[in-house]
Design a binder for this molecule. Structure first.
Ligand code: GAL
Length: 413
């Protein structure tokens, strides 16, 4: 197996990084009209941000810590999990130390009425019992799938646990979502740290990962960084499910999404990328202009059938390593909007197809339904270690992986 290019050495600013070359640097095939539309969208977002920022953007967020519960399952039994609350004039955000999970985001609608727009469990026992949804978690070491749980670095084959249809999903049986992260308060937020030992779930190298959640006005920013003492692969992302109508408030099928991507990565029957990067043009995967999520989700399309809906990686337009818009979602009824920007090269748009109707009672006491939330997991592409043409997920000793994603909440009247 050919090796991939490395992550470049981290320089002072994330905007200076260019982790990938080749395919993503080809000139975008996006039409002039679409580019103009995206530019306009970006401007509207920027104006919205300034407006929301004036509500509280210049004031430091208030950060508080409280015990969330004591674990009762597995190697962590008897350990305390804490909840950090980040609050400013625009938003209230809750993050817990189990899985460095984003547990709640209380955001106003067009009339100023707040609702929690993130799916979650009401208590720690709920998170401990649920090994399927990854609600709000930082997933790792490798977010999404690695084919047959196998990859090669420097000619050596590594085997990591297969926990999903013969493939490895979200870091294996005991991924980062199920670890208690250490945490410390930082200005406007909290920094979570996890040291994953050499050989953890079969992955080489001691990996030290930091995830910082900070809140500034309408922007919830997540900064990831990681170092290793042996060459390894990693793909960290956040697995929050959003429902802009409020968690527990039915499906997300009426919400409208735009994705800044000309191409996507179709998958095999076990949800592993085929390696092709076809255009989204003329398919139900074309979200370059806004579409209601439910509009084409049941279309006669092989990819939608395989995944039971949307559960694919979109190849974001714009350079890898530089902040760019990934997606925007609008809930026409409440007027709430979510804009996602990232330095990552891809985004997994997942429509909660595997949530079982009524199986989970959520944070506010309502039963969740299938497709009751969507995820926008900013990431490197699934199974990158086995696709040398994809942007590399290899991290070498001496390098620092850095990645930033901003979830920006607003309203449209
Ligand atoms: C997503 C993945 C889905 C499913 C989900 C967890 O990231 O793409 O296929 O595994 O996580 O239920």
């Amino acid at each position: 197996m050919a090796l991939q290019k490395n992550y470049p050495k981290y320089t002072a600013s994330v905007t200076q990084q260019h982790w990938c070359h080749g395919i993503l640097q080809r000139r975008s095939t996006w039409g002039r009209k679409e580019r103009k539309r995206m530019k306009m969208l970006g401007m509207v977002v920027a104006i919205g941000r300034v407006a929301m920022g004036s509500l509280g953007g210049n004031v430091q967020a208030e950060v508080t810590k409280a015990p969330f519960g004591t674990t009762t399952v597995g190697e962590h039994t008897g350990k305390q999990v804490d909840v950090y609350t980040l609050k400013d004039a625009a938003l209230e955000v809750k993050v817990i130390t189990l899985g460095a999970r984003l547990m709640a985001v209380n955001a106003p609608d067009k009339n100023g009425k707040k609702a929690d727009v993130v799916l979650g469990h009401p208590d720690l026992a709920g998170y401990e019992a649920d090994r399927d949804t990854y609600f709000g978690a930082v997933v790792g070491r490798y977010g999404n799938r690695i084919a047959k749980g196998q990859f090669t670095i420097d000619g050596k084959q590594y085997d990591v646990p297969v926990n999903n249809n013969g493939q490895s999903l979200h870091g294996g049986l005991e991924g980062f979502d199920n670890r208690i992260w250490s945490a410390k308060q930082i200005p406007d937020g909290v920094e979570m740290t996890l040291v994953s030992p050499d050989g953890d779930q079969g992955y080489p190298g001691t990996l030290t990962a930091h995830v910082r959640y900070t809140l500034k006005g309408p922007d919830l920013r997540i900064d990831y960084s990681a170092t290793t003492d042996k060459a390894t692969v990693l793909n960290l992302t956040n697995h929050a499910y959003f429902n802009l109508a409020g968690e527990g408030n039915g499906t997300i099928l009426d919400e409208k999404i735009t994705i800044n991507a000309d191409r996507y990565t179709p998958v095999s029957s076990v949800l592993i990328p085929t390696g092709d990067l076809p255009s989204v043009a003329g398919t139900p995967f074309d979200f370059r202009t806004p579409h209601v999520i439910g509009e084409r989700i049941e279309a006669e399309n092989e990819q939608l059938k395989i995944a039971g809906g949307y559960d694919h990686n979109w190849v974001l337009n714009g350079p890898n390593g530089t902040m760019k818009m990934a997606a925007k979602v609008v809930d026409p009824k409440s007027g709430r909007t979510l804009t996602v920007s990232t330095t990552e090269p891809g985004v997994q748009f997942y429509t909660g197809n595997f949530i079982k109707d009524g199986a989970i009672t959520g944070t506010g006491g309502q039963a969740y339904v299938r497709r009751g939330g969507f995820c926008l997991e900013t990431q490197h592409y699934p199974d990158s270690p086995n696709h040398p043409a994809f942007p590399s997920t290899l991290l070498q000793p001496g390098q620092t992986m850095h990645s930033t994603t901003v979830f920006s909440f607003g309203v449209e009247k």
